[in-house]
Write a protein that binds this ligand. Structure first.
Ligand code: SF4
Length: 467
């Protein structure tokens, strides 16, 4: 079986299949929850402006904020490691695991660890890694990859999960969500209690106190960071904000934009390891701060994308994401944010088709709690792709033809008339259902409105004559 290598090939696999349909239902549900939560919160627009200011300020002062954060973590007895890339981050975590005789690792949900393929790297060295977020647990059990940045398993139905649990965990088939939840909880509880290391991500890092903030809707984040002997938090270097008050603003918009909640069920603020007299907590606390291309992005003209707070709202509103499904994006990050961040971090050479996975309708900009100009960034990436000779095949030639037509009124009128005549031949009741060649990429999935029989210029002249 050929592995699809382009967005279009991967999208062809997703369009119209059962998983994508399940994902679309979930995305639409989350979108309506966000709209309701925003409508219910009069300060939302002001909070979005504040959140944007905080994120842009942090990006402009990353050096000093990360230095302060690092000092504070070490002051609280923790360890900080700056990793230039995935290999460095993995090597550090492996070293900590080796030095502390770790065998079993529990993880809470973290996109940045997905980005560096941490699980596979640790498992290759005989470390057992267990995902404890329910969605990620299902993904791990099924050997799948996440399709959404906050709801990784949105493309699976409860029947899918029932069959999976029955096959892998040996339980009697059920598709009752509460029962399935309980099965996972019992299975994972034992694993938590015997784990040596907990690895978490980081939603926000606070410079003034050296704290990391984790938001979850399950208690797994709290258990991951407190039950095992060692806690390692992995964060992208852009996650930082200056103060606790700034973090509070981010939390105000994060949960509302992500799931429509006022606040996620669990908000954990972790500062350092267990201190003398503390009843629980890890003996060691490590923070791995990952660059992995972020410094390059920060220095370029797509730096704004690093303001993202990973809420997933842009995915839920995106017509391309909903039709093609999250796996079409081919990497950890999907939807409009994926179409910008993946080529920005990983390079256009391999990912030059992603910026074209958008209709530029602007819904993502409307939804984004920090008002990232995703359509503008997609256009910049398209410009860069074309200037590096990586634009879509035939685009340059097609645009040259369009320019000749559009700058020559006689030719333009002739072409629009010819379009109208040919449409008459193939259109039925105003719609074209099938086009040959590259046009079939459109009509294979939807009808095309037929061009007007009489072009605008001709109608305009008529109207002027009449008036
Ligand atoms: S780009 Fe904006 S809407 Fe999309 S995930 Fe990031 S913060 Fe959320």
């Amino acid at each position: 079986m050929n592995v699809p290598v382009t967005f279009v090939e991967r999208a062809h696999r997703g369009i119209g299949n059962r998983s994508t349909a399940a994902g679309e239902v979930g995305a639409r549900r989350m979108m309506s929850h966000r709209i309701a939560a925003s409508a219910d919160y009069p300060a939302m627009e002001e909070m979005r402006d504040q959140a944007r200011r905080i994120r842009l300020y942090a990006l402009g002062h990353l050096d000093e904020l990360l230095a302060r954060f690092s000092d504070e973590v070490e002051g609280a007895g923790g360890h900080v490691h700056f990793a230039a890339d995935a290999d460095e981050a993995i090597a550090y975590i492996r070293k900590v695991a080796e030095e502390t005789n770790v065998r079993r690792i529990v993880k809470s949900k973290s996109m940045v660890t997905e980005e560096i393929h941490l699980n596979a790297a640790l498992e290759a060295h005989d470390l057992e890694v267990v995902e404890t977020d329910l969605g990620e647990f299902i993904i791990q059990l099924s050997g799948d990859t996440p399709s959404h940045i906050i709801a990784p398993v949105m493309h699976k139905t409860r029947q899918d999960v029932g069959e999976l649990f029955s096959e892998k965990l040996g339980i009697e088939y059920t598709d009752d969500p509460t029962e399935l939840n309980n099965v996972a909880r019992h299975h994972l509880r034992e694993i938590f209690l015997s784990a040596d290391m907990g690895i978490s991500g980081c939603n926000v890092a606070i410079a003034e106190s050296g704290s990391i903030v984790l938001v979850t809707n399950e208690g797994n984040g709290r258990l991951t960071t407190s039950a095992p002997r060692i806690h390692v938090a992995v964060m992208g270097m852009e996650r930082i904000v200056p103060t606790l008050s700034d973090a509070a603003v981010i939390l105000e918009v994060l949960a509302r934009s992500a799931t429509g909640q006022r606040l996620s069920v669990y908000t954990n603020i972790v500062t350092g390891a267990r201190r003398p007299g503390d009843p629980d907590g890890p003996e060691e606390f490590h923070v791995v701060i990952l660059d992995n291309g972020r410094s390059r992005v920060l220095a370029g003209d797509a730096a704004e994308v690093l303001a993202c707070i990973r809420c997933g709202a842009c995915l839920n509103v995106c017509p391309v994401y909903r039709e093609a499904g999250g796996h079409a994006y081919g990497f950890t990050y999907s939807g409009p944010i994926g179409a910008v961040i993946t080529p920005s971090l990983m390079g256009l050479a391999e990912w030059h088709d992603l910026p074209y996975a958008s209709s530029l309708c602007g819904a993502c900009l409307d939804a984004c709690p920090v008002r990232i100009d995703l359509p503008g960034l997609l256009l910049k990436l398209r410009r860069d792709a074309v200037s590096e000779g990586l634009g879509p095949d035939g685009l340059e030639g097609a645009l040259k033809w369009f320019t000749r037509l559009a700058t020559n009124p006689g030719m333009w009128r002739g072409a629009t008339r010819a379009g109208g005549w040919s449409a008459k031949l193939i259109a039925r009741q105003g719609w074209i259902k099938s086009l040959p060649g590259r046009g079939s990429a459109w009509t294979d999935y939807r009808d095309l409105p037929a061009p007007a029989a009489k072009p605008f210029h001709a109608r305009w002249k008529e109207r002027q004559r009449e008036s």
